[in-house]
Design a protein around this ligand. Structure first.
Ligand SMILES: [Zn+2]
Length: 180
């Protein structure tokens, strides 16, 4: 048995240690599922300009980097799928409005949400809106919002992750990335 063990050890050291001394091993996983789509209405501002109200079918994907756990996983796919589905469902078929915009005022009286910007005014039923703690409902800000929600939802399961990325595709290849 010694005769077998020795050459094996020499072989693996040579391949991993000597031949590729700068190649460190790492793992990451990606979750990009058809179920992680939400349809929502929004409008954003650019400087003094403001878009008309319109909608997107937003596709959300998530990536995680980190060490393997005791089950040899970066993170459990099924856990991420379930948590991300919950977050996406909270945004699906709603009007998304920012609560931290510099000039757009958004007020919810429990019956109606009224948004005002200069001489423009939008009124929606309260139940049709999601007021998000972002400065503008850009795909970038939505990715950041979803990322924060996902970290909170994963709790201790996110503790050992080294990197996390959320992607929000708002229109067939118009993709915003948020990383932490
Ligand atoms: Zn848009």
């Amino acid at each position: 048995m010694v005769g077998w063990a020795l050459p094996t050890k020499i072989y693996s050291t040579k391949m991993v240690g000597s031949a590729h001394p700068t190649m460190a091993e790492s793992y990451h996983v990606r979750i990009e599922k058809a179920e992680h789509v939400f349809s929502a209405a929004h409008f954003i501002t650019f400087g003094s300009a403001c878009e008309r109200l319109h909608g997107h079918n937003y596709h959300v994907a998530a990536e995680f980097r980190g060490p393997l756990d005791e089950n040899h996983l970066v993170i459990d796919f099924l856990l991420v799928r379930a948590k991300l589905s919950d977050i996406v469902a909270q945004l699906d078929h709603f009007v998304l409005l920012p609560t931290q915009h510099e000039r757009l005022r958004v007020e919810d009286n429990g019956r109606e949400v009224v948004a005002t910007l200069n001489d423009r005014r939008w009124t929606f039923p309260s139940g049709d809106c999601r007021l998000l703690p972002v400065a503008n409902t850009t795909a970038e800000m939505l990715a950041a919002h979803i990322g924060g929600q996902l970290i909170a939802a994963l709790g201790e399961h996110a503790a050992k992750l080294k990197r996390m990325r959320i992607e929000v595709d708002e229109c067939d290849g118009q993709v915003a990335f948020w990383e932490r």
